[in-house]
Design a protein around this ligand. Structure first.
Ligand code: TXA
Ligand code: MG
Length: 325
């Protein structure tokens, strides 16, 4: 990435345009966080309801006080330990962040991403960049520049290509506005690492309790329907659907793949045994099933510790009830 490309991108942001950029989690669709009109374009391009707040990306943890009205001690501890990195903190917002960015909430979600291109862009721009994942509302987040171009194309003024995202699932969102820090969305920083940093246990987000405002049950979803079954039932379930004439994509759990199972299905992916490798590739697998024209994806949940918590959360949401077409 040349410094003139970064300078051009910062210029696009200053002019109220949209820049898609890589982060370590997924690609973001960025606009000047203080420009309500530019932020409005982000919502329009994504097809996202305006009540769903955006994350404000900043270049440096030591500028957090410019963006948050109040920074409690646990927030300082987490920012110090995990930024730059896949952690988003929900804090009382500074008045400089407009309603358009926070969906009218008095809190704002803030993070310092850990990607050289994102950091170069944020430094060159100088302000905060409001960015959701650079996909249409409810669909699978992009982890390469090609995903962004395929999905948003000309609706974006500029796409910065920083290669595939290392983490592959979104940031962990922690609400630090109350007394007890609470995980709103599991993600790239594990619950175990947060607990170690804070030296106290954190509530595990329940599968049914959707705490982030305005989220649909179905999210992170490919076109294909997603069904979740126990690991031992994946093969039978897939073959049953295959025999009904469906085009089936299979995420074969490591234990089953390791046992050398043969599966009758349209597309079969052996899930990596390491959760980091699985998270890195999860959205790519789901996109691949869509490219293959699959009607159905059969998968099982990984164990819910470490990055497995975020993977399970995304798979549950992908399998959630779909809004009427
Ligand atoms: O890894 C990530 O977080 C990526 C990259 C681009 O940074 N971004 C991302 O943004 O996943 P998005 O818009 O797809 O998801 C942001 C989530 C939304 O579910 C939103 O509801 C929540 O953050 N959020 C934003 N502001 C909030 C607030 N003030 N309180 C609670 N939740 C908030
Ligand atoms: Mg998103």
């Amino acid at each position: 990435m040349s410094s003139s490309e970064i300078a051009d991108a910062a210029g696009v942001l200053r002019a109220g345009g949209l820049v898609a950029f890589p982060t370590e989690t997924v690609y973001g669709l960025g606009a000047n966080a203080e420009d309500a009109a530019a932020v409005g374009r982000v919502f329009a391009v994504k097809g996202r309801p305006p009540t769903h707040p955006l994350i404000v990306h900043i270049a440096r943890a030591d500028r957090l006080d410019d963006w948050a009205a109040d920074v409690p001690e646990p927030a300082r501890v987490l920012a110090e330990r995990f930024w730059p990195g896949p952690l988003t903190l929900v804090l009382r917002r500074s008045p400089r962040i407009p309603d358009a960015t926070t969906g009218g909430l008095e809190t704002a979600a803030i993070r310092v991403p850990n990607h050289p291109v994102a950091l170069a862009l944020l430094s060159a721009f100088g302000g905060g960049v409001a960015a959701p994942s650079a996909n249409r509302f409810g669909s699978v987040s992009p982890t390469t520049a090609a995903h962004v171009r395929a999905e948003l194309g000309d609706a974006v003024d500029l796409v910065l290509d920083g290669g595939p995202c290392a983490v592959g699932v979104e940031s962990t969102i922690v609400d630090v506005t109350g007394g007890e820090p609470t995980i709103l969305r599991p993600g790239g920083v594990t619950r175990e690492d947060l607990e170690a940093a804070l030296d106290r246990p954190l509530a595990v987000p329940g599968s049914s309790s959707i705490r982030v405002p305005g989220q649909h049950p179905s999210h992170y979803a490919p076109r294909a329907r997603v069904v979740l079954v126990a690991p031992d039932d994946v093969v039978v379930e897939a073959e049953r659907a295959h025999d009904r004439g469906e085009r089936v994509g299979v995420l074969l759990p490591p234990a089953v793949a390791g046992a050398g199972a043969e599966v009758k299905a349209h597309a079969v992916v052996a899930v990596p045994a390491s959760t980091a490798a699985y998270a890195h590739r999860l959205y790519g697998f789901l996109r691949e099933f869509d490219r293959e024209g699959c009607d159905l994806v059969v998968a099982s949940l990984p164990e819910e510790h470490g990055l497995g918590l975020a993977i399970a959360n995304r798979l549950r949401r992908a399998a959630g009830p779909r809004p009427p077409a």
